[in-house]
Design a protein around this ligand. Sequence first.
Ligand code: BMP
Length: 228
Amino acid sequence: MVIWLESRAIIAVDPSPGTSLDRWVSITSSLCDLVSGFKVGIPFMFSYGVSGLRALRSSCDRLLIADFKLADIDYVMVSALSHVIDYVDGVIAHAFIGLKGGLEGLKSYLDSAGVKLILVISMSHAGSLDVIDVNVDRLLWVAGRLKPWGLVAPATRPHVISYARGRAPWAVILAPGVGVQGARPGDGIRAGADYEIVGRLVTEASNPVEVVKWINGEHVRALKERGG
Ligand code: BMP
């Protein structure tokens, strides 16, 4: 039997319209012992609402991240999060909204609730190069001022992860883009990420458990290669 001491996989739960909540609860329950956590976003909330989030939370006591890619004034972000704050361990926001009136207020709200803040400093899709990546130094400056728990950087462009790792050694780096978007399991870890976010490669597989076991094996290999 293989035991994953600490999995590096966080599974993105992004339901397409019409899929039942039961299906997702069954997936999270079956993967609970094999992964580090799960991430839900707007598709999940529009499909199943706060009661769905509560059901997911009860299905597995792992890290649960609300990924609404927040990018608003602090008052609005806090109002939105107040509906879910009791059920999540982490929240993802965009770094580009800046500190005053934005991220500072969000961070103090999350700190008081004991919930982790994760900032996006680069994205996995090609369009990230248009605006976000040309400002990555400034986004890392924002992150350095705020010191959130984590950063999102793309497994599809490992050099951005290595760069962020060097500039933000204090941060937990989460790397999406593995599987359908083209990165291979381990690409993000090898570049210095702590976790890889994987969605459809796992959730659309006929046997998600077997796919996660394979991914965990790739992560062990990647950690050995990078000497960690
Ligand atoms: P998938 O592995 O099915 O492509 O899903 C990727 C997940 O990671 C989605 O939930 C998406 O919102 C998220 N994500 C991403 O793909 N790229 C980013 O730059 C940031 C993300 O959070």
